[in-house]
Design a binder for this molecule. Structure first.
Ligand code: ADP
Ligand code: ASP
Ligand code: MG
Length: 485
């Protein structure tokens, strides 16, 4: 490629209605004047949820779910297209394509209703429909603006393993397919608009990268194309010191490291899919988080090395999307290989383990997993430990879903004494009971488990204790010129 490539991704709210799609297309068109641009789009906000809900309802016998879904999606997308594409013939063509994609999703739902079943593989086919719709709409709007937009389904570009609902990309085939499909388009000066979230196995069966996966799509494509940067356009000014919905005075950070952003995402900061930074770390491609509602702001830059936070902690995050599974009973001491069998069972269902703790008396081993992994992890554990449970060596396997993980994150927490003391004395002052604690040897985070009712209080108190609301005030609120000059 002769020009540098920028991959830019627009999230659900950034393509949430006709005005937002026009705004996204205008940002892409402006950027494409001095570089090659690849656009990645999410579904319009709410669409993926409605697809997943309809599939679930259909499978549990609601025959009308498919009709309700297709009526709702048609109304939403027709309304947007009506405002975006004025040429009657072009509008008719786009609506025909949209209707056929919606009908395909509805037909899959009808199939689920008939069978009374919804496999993860079928769910991925249905769930990925929203992105196929927005990619076509955004490409059409670019053409309306006189820019050559061309829609691509990432099922033809990103090759993954066969883990439906949370697939992982295969580097080489993805690189080969993506470059072969997009380089010629970019060389011609066109703007590819690629579906986020979806991909396909090497046999061409559709997969998804997990909820919120469009961020990951952007960095996968960025790495595959050797892009010079990836920009994630969203609805906040960048990476903040805490979720602004929980902490209204959270400040925008000018810069965070790959490690810090990765830890925040891992512990629930929704602004990034947890895997987002993996594809770009090795090649050092910078990732920007910017606000599509305020494109004049520079946002947060995520790179390898950044300035440390004065008090060690840079941001605080928390999530209720976890469940603790306790394998417990006095007999556990005498059970050989218990830990290895527990982890073999969790690995067999690819459970994402967020935290592990073992009590000193060794009569319980607790693992904390993503809530979405809890049911299949529990099942796998019950199967793996069936004999032990049966013979009462183990008293129980218990799942607790009323918990939350809180994490303080910062790269130079490592080697800064007193941080753990301050974290836990803050919790003590607030009267928040800590159920389990974990600190990786890397010391990039301190994370702990609390009752979910105490989560917000814990986050606010830590944010205050480390002075984060004041830190780098105005960060991310810098205008673009201040950053580039
Ligand atoms: P998109 O639809 O653009 O992908 P998401 O809703 O997935 O956007 O992610 C953006 C949201 O992430 C923000 O609106 C914010 O509420 C939430 N969020 C949670 N933690 C943070 C954080 N530390 N910094 C910024 N945003 C955060
Ligand atoms: N539309 C998908 C979701 O809602 C992917 C994304 O938005 O990133 O999970
Ligand atoms: Mg998101």
């Amino acid at each position: 490629m002769s020009r540098p490539i920028q991959v830019m991704k627009f999230g659900g709210t950034s393509v949430g209605d006709a005005d937002r799609i026009r705004n996204a297309a205008a940002i892409a068109a402006a950027a494409s004047k001095d570089r090659a641009v690849v656009v990645v789009v999410s579904a319009m906000s709410g669409v993926t949820n409605s697809l997943i809900a309809a599939a679930g309802k259909a499978a549990s016998g609601h025959e009308a779910a498919a009709e309700t879904l297709s009526n709702g999606l048609r109304e939403k997308h027709h309304e947007a297209v009506g405002k975006l594409v004025l040429d009657i013939e072009k509008r008719r063509e786009l609506l025909a394509e949209i209707d056929s994609l919606i009908e395909r999703a509805a037909n899959h739902c009808r199939g689920c209703a008939l069978l009374g079943e919804l496999s993860p593989r079928a769910l991925d086919v249905i769930a990925g429909t929203g992105e196929r719709l927005t990619a076509r709409m955004t490409a059409a709007v670019l053409r309306e603006m006189g820019r050559p937009g061309a829609a691509f389904d990432a099922t033809d570009l990103i090759v993954t393993d066969e883990v439906y609902g949370g697939a992982r990309p295969l580097g080489e085939p993805t690189r080969t397919k993506t470059q072969a499909a997009l380089f010629p388009v970019l060389e011609k000066g066109a703007i590819p608009v690629v579906t986020g979230y979806i991909a396909a196995t090497s046999k061409g069966i559709p997969t998804t990268l997990g909820r919120g996966g469009s961020d990951y799509s952007a960095t996968i494509l960025g790495a595959a194309l050797d892009a010079s940067e990836v920009v994630i356009w969203t609805d906040v000014n960048g990476v903040l010191t805490a979720d602004p919905r929980m902490v209204p005075d959270a400040a925008t950070l000018d810069e965070v490291s790959y490690i810090e952003a990765g830890e925040l995402a891992f512990f629930g900061a929704k602004v990034l899919h947890p895997m987002t930074l993996r594809p770009v770390i090795e090649s050092g491609i910078p990732v920007w988080i910017r606000n599509s509602f305020q494109p004049e702001l520079a946002g947060t830059k995520i790179t390898q090395t950044v300035r440390p936070a004065p008090l060690g902690v840079k941001a605080v995050t928390a999530t209720r999307d976890v469940a603790m599974i306790a394998v417990a009973g006095p007999g556990i001491i005498g059970v050989p290989d218990i830990a290895s069998r527990i982890f073999a069972a969790t690995a067999s269902v690819r459970a994402n383990i967020v935290m592990i703790s073992q009590s000193s008396s060794q009569d319980s081993i607790c693992i904390v997993v993503q809530a979405s992994d809890a049911a299949r992890t529990e099942k796998a554990l019950r199967e793996a430990l069936y004999e032990d449970i049966h013979h009462h060596d183990l008293e129980h396997i218990k799942v607790n879903r009323n918990l939350a993980i809180v994490a303080a994150v910062g790269e130079n927490m490592c080697g800064t004494p007193g941080i753990a003391g301050r974290v836990f004395s803050t919790m003590g002052k607030e009267g928040i009971n800590i159920i389990a604690i974990a600190q990786g040897s890397s010391e990039y985070n301190i994370s702990f488990l609390v009752d979910s009712s105490g989560m917000e209080k814990a986050v606010k108190a830590l944010h205050d204790a480390f002075g984060l609301g004041q830190q780098e005030k105005g960060g991310g609120a810098r205008a673009v010129e201040q950053v580039t000059s």
